[in-house]
Design a protein around this ligand. Structure first.
Ligand SMILES: CC(C)(COP(=O)(O)OP(=O)(O)OC[C@H]1O[C@@H](n2cnc3c(N)ncnc32)[C@H](O)[C@@H]1OP(=O)(O)O)[C@@H](O)C(=O)NCCC(=O)NCCS
Length: 171
């Protein structure tokens, strides 16, 4: 671990008031670099996307908080029957402290009961060695590689996390 240990962390579903900070992250230079499109989004475009996201039909968004301050997010997009694609982000100044690992593990509990879930995929740029190491560490395996990015996959055991509370948890 490189960062100081996490303190008083929580993972909770995104709320309407998170719209501003999520847009800020999306349009920060590192957010743009991570995005599939490589461009910033307008507040209007983001507003529409965020409302759909909160509706929670095809996507779920969770915020990682440390001492009440948002420091990251986890997003799951439905990509198939019982399959979702994960996007995870920890603020640059807090990477390497274990937050991503803890948040991912707890996000599975928050996902339980939403819809059947067996497969989690992630698309990672090959140049993003930290992220590849992160997913490998969590048990994801590389299933495709087109030379630029890798598709990693985790198959879940059935029934994991069903006994945990749905509305937000200490991590
Ligand atoms: C990928 C990311 C979410 C990992 O979160 P994190 O909180 O930094 O990860 P953790 O501290 O829990 O680290 C878990 C493992 O990831 C890898 N890792 C984390 N920080 C690393 C670093 N600085 N260098 C190399 N590997 C690193 C290691 O394997 C680490 O295991 P270790 O602690 O036993 O060494 C975070 O680095 C991030 O937000 N990156 C930018 C966004 C991104 O690339 N997202 C993934 C694409 S969806």
């Amino acid at each position: 671990m490189t960062g100081s240990p996490p303190r008083e962390c929580q993972l909770r579903p995104a709320r309407p008031e998170d719209e501003v900070v999520i847009l800020e992250w999306r349009n920060a230079p590192w957010g743009v670099a991570l995005s599939g499109t490589g461009r910033a989004v307008s507040p209007e475009e983001h507003g529409r996307w965020f409302s759909q996201t909160l509706a929670g039909v095809a996507r779920r968004l969770f915020v990682i908080e440390e001492q009440g301050r948002p420091v990251g997010m986890i997003r799951y997009d439905v990509v198939g029957k019982a399959a979702v694609e994960i996007t995870i982000l920890v603020l640059p100044e807090r990477v390497g402290a274990g937050l991503g690992t803890a948040a991912f593990r707890h996000s599975l509990a928050l996902m339980a009961g939403w819809r059947p879930l067996r497969t989690i995929l992630a698309r990672v740029l090959r140049s993003n060695s930290r992220s590849l190491a992160f997913f490998r560490h969590l048990g994801f395996a590389i299933v495709e590689d087109d030379g630029t990015s890798s598709l990693v996959r985790l198959e879940l055991a059935v029934g994991g996390g069903d006994d945990l509370p749905p509305e937000g948890i200490q991590i």
